[in-house]
Every structure is written in structure tokens, then in C-alpha cells.
Design a protein around this ligand. Sequence first.
Ligand SMILES: Nc1ccn([C@@H]2O[C@H](COP(=O)(O)OP(=O)(O)OP(=O)(O)O)[C@@H](O)[C@H]2O)c(=O)n1
Ligand SMILES: C[C@](O)(CO)[C@H](O)COP(=O)(O)O
Length: 231
Amino acid sequence: MTAQLNARGDVAVVVPAAGAGVRLGPGAPKALRLLEGEPLLVHAIRRTAAAPSVRMIVVAAPPAEVEAVHDLLAPVAPVVVVAGGAERQDSVAAALAVVPGDVGIVLVHDAARCLAPAELFERVAAAVRDGADAVIPALPVVDTIKEVAADGTVLGTVDRSVLRAVQTPQGFRAGTLRAAHAAAADSHTDDAGAVEKLGRPVLCVPGSDFAMKITRPIDLALATHLLKLSA
Ligand SMILES: Nc1ccn([C@@H]2O[C@H](COP(=O)(O)OP(=O)(O)OP(=O)(O)O)[C@@H](O)[C@H]2O)c(=O)n1
Ligand SMILES: C[C@](O)(CO)[C@H](O)COP(=O)(O)O
């Protein structure tokens, strides 16, 4: 595997970037849409590659865009590009399959969270290095949360003090992530969810407002502003 960033790094980052971006509206696959003139994926990989612990990056791209993504990212950082799958977890599994066996820590990071700073990668990796099997960045929930029936009737108010909004990069001992993916029978929206199903503990560390996920059109507007703050 030649696409090595920092030979002394102990972390591989898997970047699922094969989603369509349906909630963003019609257009190119989401990772290739532009934020201030550059694709989201370029913003994401630039920040990922700036984290000193990162030895290699594997991107799962839309299958029709593998060559184009390789060419796009070549000037940004050395990366391996594989074809993603139908669901996010299929894309993660495809990228994880090419991570060499001697890499001890794997981080999974959404291309859609393209402004997550290098410090966040380091915080998550450090917590895994310190002994946690699985680590997720998370923020407190700021709204009051209601449980609501299909007809709109409120069933109750949830105690938000025990809730967290979860981000990426999520970090894992490589063996734990491989075992979780191998065992995953049903779909999971994040990789920590698959680890939870193994019965293994998952640890939260503080997240970052800059790691917001670009999902809806308004998120692009918010990210444009955040990009100016982070530049
Ligand atoms: N089959 C898929 C679906 C999603 N992803 C990636 O997983 C991350 C989180 O997914 P999300 O933000 O929900 O992206 P989309 O699936 O593209 O969004 P939508 O549901 O609106 O189509 C994104 O970086 C996306 O590219 C992926 O690699 N492969
Ligand atoms: C992995 C994730 O970004 C953590 O919040 C999220 O679960 C992705 O979910 P999506 O439904 O694919 O956007």
C-alpha cells in the first residue's frame, strides 16, 4: 500500500463518501458538491490529512467516480480510493477491507462532516490509544426533545440530560471495528452502533461545532460561514 501520509502515524481513516445527497437536493453526489469553490471531499481530506496521527486514508467513492476522485485528491493528500456500496455501512466495509492488518486504530469519518478539525481526529485517536475500544465525539442536545405519535400527539418529554448528538470521526481498535462489521446483521446509522450490538463499551469525548454534517441545503449555508471562521 503506497498511499502513506505519516510513517509514524498509527491511525487509518476510512472516509465514506459514496452517498447521493438526496436530502441536499438534485445535483452531483454530495461529497463532490462545492463549498466555496471546492468539493466537500477536498475540504474533508485536507483536514483529515493534517492530523499528525494519520498514517493512511481510504475513501469510499461513488462507484462511477472512483477514478475522478483519485485524480481530485491526488494534489491534496495520498489516498486509496475504493468503490462505495448501496448503504453507508457497505461503503465503510469496502474501505475497511483494504486497511492493512498492522494498523491498530481505525477512524471512520463522513465526507459530509467536511469541516471537522484535525484536533478532533487527535482527540478521538488519543482516547483509543488510552485504552477505549470505541470512541465517539458527541455534543449535548440543546433543544427540548419530545416523543411524538404518528398523528402528531405528544407522548412525553425525554430527559435530554442523558442525550448526545453524535458526530464523526469515530475511533476504534481495528479488531473491534472489523468484528462489529462482520457481526452486523441489521443496518446501523453509525459504526459505534454496530460495536454496541457486540456488547462492547463505547466512550464519548467532546465533539466540535465544526464537525456538523452537511445534510440539507441550509447546512451548506452554515458551513460557508463556519469555513470563514475556521480559515
Ligand atoms: N451508500 C452510502 C451512503 C452514504 N455514504 C456516506 O456516508 C456519510 C453520511 O451519510 P449522509 O450524510 O447521510 O449522506 P447521503 O447518504 O449522501 O445523504 P442522503 O441520505 O441525503 O442521500 C456521507 O459522507 C456519505 O457520502 C456512503 O459512503 N455510502
Ligand atoms: C455517522 C453519523 O454521521 C453520526 O451522526 C450519522 O449516523 C450518519 O447518518 P445518516 O442518516 O447516514 O446521515
